[in-house]
Structures are given as structure tokens and as C-alpha cells.
Design a protein around this ligand. Structure first.
Ligand SMILES: Cc1ncc(C[n+]2csc(CCOP(=O)(O)OP(=O)(O)O)c2C)c(N)n1
Ligand SMILES: [Mg+2]
Length: 322
């Protein structure tokens, strides 16, 4: 599996690192597209919440993290896991419910964990990922460990109390917590803007005394820069940062949802054609003469091969009780 080079807390990146982010975003996209198909074919029991379109938020943040830094994730969490370095084989096996899965096949899509890589768990309770990371941020602080805990959560979690309880305590105790709200505009079929008082998520976070910033979540470099600043702040003992990453999911809330029910096909197409994070990074690299069409095609082929291999691994793995 390709790995994202360890970039410590520097926002500077080499060409090799940048191509590494492109390759990881492609892997996530292909993985998610395949996972949705396999769910619809009955190979993956239950459903999945695909993160197609949201690749740059996860990869941009993960690009400044080391294995010692931790990530907790919400129900839509495959991209965070893959960005943090989870094996696609063991992730796919978990979705299949196989014993070789990261949670022994007992957790499924919304209960992923791999402590070896600092992925401390995803869960399906909206807003709860922030509390999980808060606990780990407290542990890091208490043990004087130089590391950060990152919580990803969705805009739906902006309107639930537990999110702000965690942000408040992190602020009061200056804990090394980085809270990343992936604002994809919808919580299931509810447009979040219609149910969010005060309008600005960032202003709400600022009310708790934390540094807060809103970034273009479709721009991996912009996400990385914000994450790098947040990590520096946390390691300097200056406490948590709240990052709103404005993004979009191309798929439905869950696998199999058709377009058009609560958002227009035009809106989805608009995001896909003009703001796609993979397309944008590829174009930036090409413009700088850092990637050719052939090289990009090779990255796509490699992503497909990794996903094929993950599916084969999952298919051939035993069930938990075998
Ligand atoms: C406490 C709680 N309430 C309700 C739900 C049902 N539910 C599952 S996902 C979801 C919306 C989540 O939206 P958001 O946080 O924006 O994440 P996204 O799905 O857009 O990634 C809801 C309400 C839940 N899982 N947990
Ligand atoms: Mg949302």
C-alpha cells in the first residue's frame, strides 16, 4: 500500500508528498465507489455512508499527523481511516463482516478501529466522535505526550449538545484537540443552514474561546495548512482549534439513495465538475509540470489494483466464528 510520507508539522511539502496525497485520495474514491456497489449487490451487509467527494478533508488533515497523533471519526469514516493509514484489505474485510477485519468483523462500517495506526474509532452517534477525541486529548495532556487528537464530525453534529460540551472542556483545559467539522451542507436530507441558528459555525466555535477557521475542504493544501497551524498551536500548549472544512458528498447519505430528493442533480454536478478535490490537485500538479497524463493513469490503475486486492482479501477471509 502506498503511504503518505510523515510530514511532521510542517506545511511545506515535496512533489513526492503531494503526489502521495493524490494517490491516497484516488484510493479513497475507488474504495468508496466499490463499497457502495458491493453493498447494493448484497456482499456488504447493512449499508455504508460513502465519502466520495470528501477525500481532501481527510487527506489534508492526515498529511500533518504522525502515528502518535490520533483520529476519531463519525458514521461516515472510511476516508478518515484510509487517510490515517488503515489497510484497505482489513477495512474491506470489516465491511464484509470477516474475522480479518479491523474490528474482527463485529463492528462493520461504522465501528472501525486500529490503535496501531492511531485510529481510535468511528461510531454512529452524531457528535460523539468529538467526545472520544477529547478523552484522548486529555490523556495526551495528562501524560505530557507531544501529540494531538483529531475529531472529525459532520455539520449535523453542529446542532447537538455533546459536540460543544467537548469543545468547551478542551478550551477550558487547553487540550491538544483538533476538531474538524466536515460541512457537506446536509444532515441526511436536512439542509444544515436551515436549522443552524446564528448562521456561522465558526463564530459558534469562537464563542467557546477556541481558534476557529473555515477552509475550502475541496482544496487539500488549504485543509493541510489549517491542520498544520492547529497542530502547532496544540503542541505549544495553546489549546484546541476548530476547523470548518466546506465540502460535499456526491453520493446519497447512505448507499443506494438516488439523487434529486432533497438536492438537485445540477447542484451535485456543479460540485463534481468545478470543485472536485482530485481533479483540482491533479490540475495543479500538471500545471507545475509535476505529473503527466501517463503518471496520473498509473495512479488510477494502482488505486483500482489496491481495491481489487482488498475485495479479494475480504472474499477469501473466514467468518468470525469459523
Ligand atoms: C445522536 C444521533 N441522532 C440521530 C442520528 C441519525 N443520523 C445518522 S447520520 C445523521 C446526520 C448526520 O449528518 P452530518 O453530521 O452532517 O454527517 P454527514 O452524514 O453529512 O456526513 C443522523 C441525524 C444518529 N446517528 N445519532
Ligand atoms: Mg453533513
Amino acid at each position: 500500500m502506498s503511504t503518505i510520507p510523515d510530514t511532521k508539522d510542517s506545511a511545506e511539502a515535496s512533489v513526492e508528498q503531494t503526489v502521495g496525497w493524490l494517490s491516497r485520495m484516488l484510493l479513497i474514491r475507488r474504495f468508496e465507489e466499490r463499497a457502495e456497489q458491493l453493498t447494493l449487490r448484497g456482499k456488504i451487509p447493512g449499508g455504508v455512508h460513502p465519502a466520495v467527494g470528501q477525500e481532501a478533508t481527510a487527506v489534508g488533515v492526515a498529511s500533518v499527523l504522525t502515528t502518535a497523533d490520533t483520529v476519531s471519526a463519525p458514521h461516515r469514516g472510511h476516508h478518515h481511516a484510509l487517510a490515517k493509514g488503515m489497510s484497505p484489505d482489513r477495512l474491506m474485510a470489516e465491511l464484509f463482516g470477516k474475522a480479518t477485519g479491523v474490528s474482527g468483523g463485529r463492528g462493520g462500517s461504522m465501528h472501525l478501529a486500529d490503535f496501531e495506526i492511531g485510529f481510535i474509532g468511528s461510531n454512529g452517534i452524531v457528535g460523539a466522535s468529538v467526545g472520544v477525541a477529547l478523552g484522548d486529548a486529555f490523556a495526551a495532556h495528562y501524560r505530557h505526550e507531544q501529540r494531538v487528537a483529531v475529531a472529525f464530525f459532520g455539520d449535523g453534529g453542529v446542532n447537538t449538545g455533546r459536540t460543544w460540551e467537548a469543545v468547551n472542556l478542551a478550551s477550558a483545559w487547553k487540550l491538544p484537540l483538533v476538531v474538524v467539522c466536515e460541512n457537506n451542507l446536509y444532515a441526511v436530507e436536512t439542509p444544515t443552514a436551515e436549522v443552524t441558528g446564528g448562521g456561522s459555525i465558526v463564530r459558534r466555535a469562537e464563542g467557546f474561546g477556541v481558534a476557529a477557521v473555515s477552509v475550502d475542504g475541496q482544496d487539500v493544501g488549504e485543509v493541510r495548512e489549517a491542520a498544520s497551524a492547529a497542530k502547532k498551536r496544540a503542541l505549544a500548549g495553546e489549546g484546541p482549534t476548530f476547523i470548518e472544512a466546506r465540502t460535499y458528498r456526491y453520493s446519497g447519505h447512505g448507499s443506494g439513495e438516488g439523487p434529486g430528493a432533497y438536492r438537485t442533480v445540477d447542484e451535485i454536478e456543479q460540485w463534481r465538475s468545478s470543485r472536485d478535490p482530485i481533479m483540482r490537485l491533479r490540475a495543479a500538479l500538471a500545471k507545475a509540470g509535476q505529473i503527466t497524463d501517463d503518471e496520473y493513469a498509473r495512479l488510477e490503475t494502482e488505486a483500482d489494483r489496491e481495491v481489487d486486492e482488498a475485495v479479494r482479501f475480504a472474499e477469501e477471509s473466514p467468518w468470525p466464528d469459523e
